[in-house]
Design a protein around this ligand. Structure first.
Ligand SMILES: *Cc1c(COP(=O)(O)O)cnc(C)c1O
Length: 385
């Protein structure tokens, strides 16, 4: 067991933190192997942008490397440098491209591979560095990438001495979380026309949800993100991945509030029964979203089921509004005597990450990447991959 985190700033020791994240690197490695099996015969890359979805590049990347991962994707060059340090032999793609002359020099110097998203990127990279690069082609999402016709023009003109050695052609799916969406078919047809322009070059289309769709979507390289970290990739059905992150908060106070009493800001929760309330050391500054308060914070008129924690074998609902550092839970139904210093699970093996995200009106991706820096971080299961 290892407690620390160089990559996310100063380490926070458990005795002085309000809440703890336990990150199971063994589960991360197992998820990688499961996704690699689904992707085969394609290679599976790990997407480790945003500090490995909040888990910490310095720990996640070596664990993924031990599990057999050799290719990584990041969003920005600075993240690429962190991967280079964590896994010196890795192939690292930078999704946001060369960005500017200075960044292009740094990318080239560190042996990172930029993803060229625009005609300007192509010109810049050729002028500034000219080494290996990937080409991103937009196939209908209208986010990043050159158009199909720009890709065709590039394929025709990228010859001779000034040619950029292209190592990958890629695109990104807009609706893979909804496997029946017609845009998936349209995007793969577009991408197959693109692949034909760049024969013999690696191709990549699938994110986690695309891996779940499988078949032709796999191409020769898949890009797994959220599923590695235990999040749900496809909207419907069971999530087959192991949970990787457990968040637990210290209980600071247990109080008995008679029926008719109120809890928290705005007196938003009015109690209908005599209630035992546990005040836990977590809040929206820890990425435990205020919008997970349920009825206390109406979110765009959507439904108002709040989040639940897990304590002594019971699901216990948030009561009242989540505040910056504190959240109240209704623990009346716990039969075990709960005392300050006990820990309540916010999400993990018992409360799925995506359930809390949904209660907050968001997705597991946003919950993970917004957890913040106040947690004690404990890494387990890290040796031997
Ligand atoms: C973030 C990202 C991924 C990973 O997506 P998941 O849904 O997390 O698997 C893959 N490709 C691109 C271009 C991305 O931006």
């Amino acid at each position: 067991m290892q407690t620390d985190l160089a990559a996310a700033g100063p380490a926070v020791h458990g005795s002085i933190a309000g809440a703890r994240l336990t990150i199971d690197l063994g589960a991360l490695a197992a998820n990688y192997r499961a996704l690699a099996a689904r992707s085969a015969p394609a290679e599976t890359a790990a997407v480790v942008k945003a500090d490995a979805y909040g888990l910490g590049i310095a720990h996640a990347v070596p664990a993924l490397w031990s599990a057999g991962c050799r290719t990584f994707f990041v969003a920005y060059p600075a993240e690429g440098l962190a991967v280079r340090t964590a896994a010196p032999g890795a192939r690292v793609f930078v999704l946001s491209g060369p960005m500017n002359e200075k960044a292009a020099g740094i990318i080239a110097g560190a042996g990172l591979i930029p993803v060229l998203n625009t005609a300007e990127d192509i010109t810049l990279w050729r002028r500034a560095a000219g080494g290996p690069a990937a080409l991103h082609v937009d196939t209908g999402m209208n986010r990043l990438g050159v158009s199909e016709s720009e890709a065709a023009a590039f394929a025709a003109e990228n010859t001779g001495d000034a040619a950029i050695p292209l190592t990958l052609v890629m695109s990104h799916l807009a609706c893979a979380d909804d496997p029946g969406h017609p845009l998936n078919r349209q995007q793969i047809e577009s991408f197959q026309r693109v692949e034909a322009l760049f024969e013999g070059i690696d191709s990549s289309l699938a994110n986690s949800a695309g891996i779940m769709i499988g078949g032709d979507f796999r191409c020769t390289l898949t890009r797994a993100g959220i599923a590695l970290y235990g999040g749900r990739a496809v909207n419907a059905g069971d999530n087959p991945m192991l949970p990787v992150v457990t968040a637990e908060a210290h209980i600071l106070q247990v109080r008995r509030v008679p029926a008719g009493g109120v809890v928290g800001y705005g007196a938003a929760a009015k109690l209908e029964r005599d209630t035992v309330v546990a005040i836990a050391a977590t809040g929206y500054a820890d990425g435990y979203h205020r919008s997970a308060s349920g009825a206390g914070v109406p979110l765009r008129g959507v439904a108002a089921q709040g989040a639940c924690g897990f304590l002594a074998g019971k699901r216990v609902p948030v009561v009242g509004r989540v505040s910056m550092d504190l959240t109240a839970f209704d623990i009346t139904d716990c039969t075990k005597n709960i005392v300050p210093g006990d820990r309540i699970e916010l999400f993990g093996a018992n409360i799925p990450l995506d359930e809390v995200a949904e209660a907050a009106g968001t997705i597991g991706y946003e919950l993970l990447t917004g957890l913040g820096r106040r947690y004690e971080r404990v890494y387990v299961g890290g040796s031997g991959g």
